[in-house]
Design a protein around this ligand. Structure first.
Ligand code: DGJ
Length: 723
């Protein structure tokens, strides 16, 4: 990894793992992009400059006969002086002037990535900070670029600064612009809805702008804050892929634009819809990180780059590679209908089967026997739980298990003591009724007193009840976004201030309790983004626990996020969401491709099922290191075929698991061969289940036929051990 500046050619060259990024400062002082791609020599890349047609182009202010800003491949596009592409930034001065011309001022190279104030960000690497400035109004932008030697990503962000003498209003403040040399790309995005999160869309880019966004004050299940641009012939294994993922949990936008000259660019960050931000003289506005991964080994290479970056530089170090709680969660077993004996019986039934944590889900607090009431009242319901939550945690600790507890800290029910005492703490306008969603309202995290209440009430419970694990849920999105904490002209700061408020309570609750393991959840996986992953090393992937549905959800999620972040449970059949019945073994094999657990009424287990669980958890423990730190290779996509096949290979290639799932059986099935991937071609391996010993290259080039069990939705797994 290295960041260098050649003062003769005015060229910056950033070399990271398997990638190279370069731009130069042209004669106007404009940072002009040169290259993002596979590693190349430290050469002067200005020979690549070619500009398209210039007719009707506007030259930079006051200079005739030079190329237009519209023609330069941009590092940060700005509006009003001839560049008609999507700007990354727009400001308004008190005079109504909306222009800024951000040109090179100076640069710094610093050894590690500086933190962002109030927002989670990646660490490590080596960072270039490029200082750009408008000479007229003093508005300035610092562009941060970080490269790494252990992951093929470049991390970027912008910091906007008001160095002038008057207020400036930011109307748009994106994190980056990335120029691309042509327009021969497809765009992938991850769309979804409750219980059907992160399915894959792939469309060709076209002239004009393709964009995805969220206006929900949450990253959302609707569109994950991720896009990838792929060459038209790029597959899972071959070709170029550029992935873009925002480290942000509130409303965002990502745009891919094809320009009239046939080049393209990507830009985005905090959504500028329903956004503005007042910057007084001397103030700065920090934008979230965007992680850009480059791969010339297809989508698979792109995903592994993201996985490495997040495991090495973003997720809580203490937990990222640590063995996870193997839990039993009572939600699908009881919903709101439980008492102390029932919960203890659920734990008893799995004691000794390899499950080590009981998680008590929704319904233990306030008046909460259904989802109409109680949120915000983080007081144990002693009537429902005789002896309190403590009675359960004491019991599970006494049988050698750990104890987890559910919260939904950001919410309030209309029927709650908290709402009766502080109706103005709920987000909403004073003169309108609020929308309900799951019969509940949201708390205004932009207010310090609200955040203090949440931190204190949640901390009191977890500190006094022997809690080892917290499940942090979030089941609705903001409506009526308005807050008593801001003057009228600043109300459009709300969505970003909500994110800052969320990160503040996460810092104080999560980092304030370093011995407690926190899992994220959002009606399943509706806030599954890198920023929230910084606090929650695992996130409940979806409320849909059906194994067939999960093959798609987990496949899509893995495009960006590591297996260790995906929380996956084995549940009962017929499945509560789909009514489908799948084999118990299949449910376990699919759920074991993540941070695993069980979620069903274990008191109804037969002896046979108990024996199966004991075996499943023992097998999971054998491969847990792969889930925590292995390289994922997707082989068959359930979106394209009736098969889902994935391999996870240890970093040192000494061990690997191959999971093969077949959707439907048919009579006289066709023969099917699966080629293993990711092994060391020169090493010898034993395919344990078949007792076949062969070279890695043999398993990868010749393949073998998996023995799918008979019937629909069948799965089988294989293990390769280096000998
Ligand atoms: C939604 C979550 O996704 C479920 O797992 C469960 O915790 C419920 N909320 C509880 O209300």
């Amino acid at each position: 990894m290295s960041v260098t500046y050649n003062s003769e050619t005015k060229t910056f060259m950033l070399q990271g793992k398997n990638l190279c990024y370069s731009f130069w400062i042209n004669d106007l002082g404009y940072p002009e992009h040169l290259y993002l791609g596979a590693s190349v020599g430290n050469d002067d890349l200005r020979f690549t400059r070619t500009y398209g047609a210039t007719s009707t182009a506007a030259t930079p202010p006051g200079i005739d006969n030079v190329n237009s800003y519209n023609a330069f491949p941009s590092e940060l596009s700005f509006f009003g002086t001839g560049d008609y592409r999507e700007p990354a930034v727009q400001i308004v001065t008190p005079q109504g002037d909306r222009l800024c011309e951000l040109l090179f001022d100076s640069y710094e190279i610093v050894p590690a990535k500086p933190k962002i104030t109030g927002m989670p960000s990646l660490d490590g690497g080596e960072t270039l900070i490029l200082h750009l400035k408008d000479k007229i109004n003093g508005f300035a932008a610092d562009l941060y670029y970080t490269v790494y030697d252990d992951c093929s990503v470049i991390c970027r962000r912008a910091v906007y600064k008001n160095c002038g003498s008057a207020d400036v209003r930011l109307e748009r403040a994106y994190s980056f612009t990335l120029a691309l040399p042509d327009r021969d790309y497809d765009m992938i995005s991850l769309y979804g809805v409750w219980a059907k999160e992160r399915h894959i869309d792939r469309i060709p880019l076209h002239h004009g702008v393709v964009s995805i966004d969220s206006k929900r004050t949450s990253s959302s299940a609707t569109l994950n804050p991720f896009i990838a641009l792929l060459r038209r012939d790029t597959t899972e294994f071959y070709g170029e892929a550029i992935g873009v993922n925002l480290v942000y949990s509130s409303s965002y936008v990502l745009k891919a634009e094809v320009n009239p000259d046939g080049t393209s660019q990507i830009t985005g960050g905090i959504n500028d819809f329903d956004f503005n931000w007042n910057l007084a003289p001397g103030e700065v506005f920090e934008t979230p990180d965007v992680v850009i991964s480059y791969s010339d080994t297809g989508l698979g290479g792109m995903s592994r780059a993201f996985h490495d970056a997040y495991r090495e530089h973003l997720i809580n170090r203490r937990y990222v590679k640590a063995s996870r709680p193997l839990l039993i969660n009572n939600w699908e077993a009881t919903y709101f209908n439980f008492d102390v004996p029932k919960l203890c019986a659920i734990a008893d039934a799995v004691n000794g089967l390899g499950i080590d944590t009981l998680v008590l889900d929704d319904g233990w607090f306030g008046k909460r026997d259904n989802d109409y009431s109680g949120l915000g009242d983080w007081v144990v319901n002693d009537k429902k739980l005789q002896g309190g939550v403590k009675a359960i945690s004491d019991y599970v600790h006494s049988i050698g298990m750990k104890f987890g507890l559910w919260f939904e800290p950001e919410m309030v029910s209309e029927d709650s003591d908290l709402y009766r005492a502080h109706p103005d703490w709920a987000i909403g306008t004073p003169d309108r009724k609020h929308c309900y969603s799951r019969h509940q309202f949201m708390l205004d995290l932009t207010r310090r007193e609200v955040r203090d209440y949440i931190v204190k009430s949640v901390s009191d419970i977890i500190e006094n009840n022997g809690v080892d694990y917290v499940k942090w849920d979030y089941n609705r999105n903001v409506t009526e976004s308005w807050t008593y904490s801001l003057e009228p002209e600043r109300q459009m700061e709300f969505a970003h201030r909500y994110a800052l408020g969320l990160y503040d309570i996460c810092e104080r609750i999560v980092n304030g309790h370093p011995d407690i393991f926190f899992e994220g959840c959002s009606a399943g996986g509706a806030r599954f983004d890198p920023a929230i992953m910084h606090y929650f090393p695992q996130i409940w992937t979806s409320d849909d626990t059906d194994a067939e549905e999960r093959t798609k959800i987990q496949f899509g999620t893995s495009l960006v996020y590591p297996l260790s972040v995906m929380s996956c449970h084995v549940s009962v059949c017929p499945n509560h969401q789909t009514g489908r019945t799948t084999p118990f073994d299949t449910r376990a094999i699919i759920a074991h491709l993540g941070a695993t657990g069980y979620e069903l009424d274990t008191t109804k287990f037969t002896d046979e099922e108990k024996a199966a669980v004991k075996l499943q958890t023992a097998e999971y423990k054998k491969i847990e290191r792969l889930i925590l730190d292995g390289d994922l290779y997707r082989i068959d996509s359930p979106f394209e075929k009736g098969f889902f096949t994935e391999a996870v290979v240890a970093k040192d290639k000494s061990f690997a698991e191959l999971v093969c799932y077949r959707r439907f059986v048919s009579v006289n099935n066709e023969v099917r061969r699966v080629k293993m991937v990711g092994l060391d071609p020169e090493a010898y391996y034993c395919l344990e289940e078949k007792n076949i010993k062969a070279k890695g290259s043999t398993f990868m080039n010749v393949g073998f036929s998996p023995d799918y069990p008979h019937g629909d939705f069948s799965a089988v797994k294989y293990h390769f051990t280096r000998i």
